[in-house]
Every structure is written in structure tokens, then in C-alpha cells.
Design a protein around this ligand. Sequence first.
Ligand SMILES: [Zn+2]
Length: 247
Amino acid sequence: MIEELRHLIALQELDKEIRALSQALEEIPANLRELEAKLAAVQQEKQEEEQKVEELQTQHRQLESEMVMMDDSISRSRERLMEIKDNIEYKAMLREIAFREDRKDQKETEILELLEIIEVHHQTLAQQQEAIITLQRQIEGLRAEVEEQMATVNQQIQELTARRPQVLQQISPNLLKRYEFIRERRNGTAIAEVRQGVCLACHMSLPPQQFIELQKEQEILSCPHCQRIIYWSGPGEPEGLNSETAA
Ligand SMILES: [Zn+2]
């Protein structure tokens, strides 16, 4: 095999590993992000709930002050009742007081109902607070784990990347440029093995004449179908990159 191609295969091995690790790196914090989004949603819901409770409490204070006013007015009417001498007027005042007592009872019922509603909202708030604490704990635990995993993978990427310049030295700038160009456009695979006349990257057959040229190993050729740089590992047991049968 052309010596430069051997180095290019080694480079691709290295780059594929780096690429896979970089992709893994991006996926590591996915669960953490999901939990963080859940936390933000519960916090938002809790805020809305708090606002509702505040509104209801304002309403409650309003009703309570109305009650005080009603009480006052009833007391005043009772005082006046003592001063009334006329029987008809007295009965009219009694009816008036009874009517106001009725309205006061209604107001009291209203307040009790409102307090029950506020209590339900308080329970919801407590549940939301509990959910927030649980999520915060989960996030805290997971974050440490995620950071550790990411540090490990980052270390691996750095080690592999550090090996790259040494391989690069063995490859001409032109071939390297061709390699990078194809790699970007072909999902990270720029070089493919050809076995029995078939490109193992795109699974298409080479024209017979080109396969003959490839076996002469005199120049670096490209697959006419996928444009990847191609190599032939010889007629024996293949040991190439794209081997499907090799373990
Ligand atoms: Zn191909």
C-alpha cells in the first residue's frame, strides 16, 4: 500500500475516535438539562400559585373589613332601637336589623369558603415546594456525576488530539486538504477500503479499469460514487478500516 495512505488511515482512526467522543460529550448532560427544565417549569408554576394566593388573601381582607363595617352598623342600629318609642318604627328597625344579620351571615359563609380555597392553594404550594427540593437534590447529585464524566471524556479527547500532529507530519498538505474536505462532507469518513471492486463506504462497484489501477498502487484514487479516498488492502485477509467481517 502507498505509505502515505497508511498514515491517512491512522489519521482517520484517530479522528473518528475524537469525533465519537465529542458527540458523546454533548450527550452526557442531556438528563441534567431535562431536570433543569423540569425545575424551571415547577418554579414558574409555584410563582403563579403564589400570585393567586396573594389575590385571594387581598379578597379575604376586603371581606373581613366589610364584616367589621356590618357589625358596627348593626350595633349602632341596636343602640338606636332603645330610643325608638313608636311601635311601627320599632318593628321596621327590627326587620332592618334582621335583614342585616342575614347579610352578615352570608358574608361569613363567603369568608369560610374563601379560606377553604386558600387552604387548597397552600397545599398545592407545599407540594410544589417539595417537588422543587427533590429536583434540586437530583440536579445537585447528577451535576457532580456529569462533570466527572465530561472531564474524563475531555481528557481522552485531549490525549487523542495530542497524537494528531505526529501523524499529520507524514501526510502531504494537498492530501490532507483533500482528506479534510471530504471528511466534512462525508460524515467523518474520508477514506474507504475497496474489496472485490466494491467501495465499502458507499457499497458501489468501481469501474473495472479503476479497480485495476487501484491494485497497481501507484497513485491515490477516489471512489467515483462517494468521492472518498480509496485503498486496497490486497487480495488476502482484509484488515482495513471499513471491514464488515473483521471484529
Ligand atoms: Zn464510495
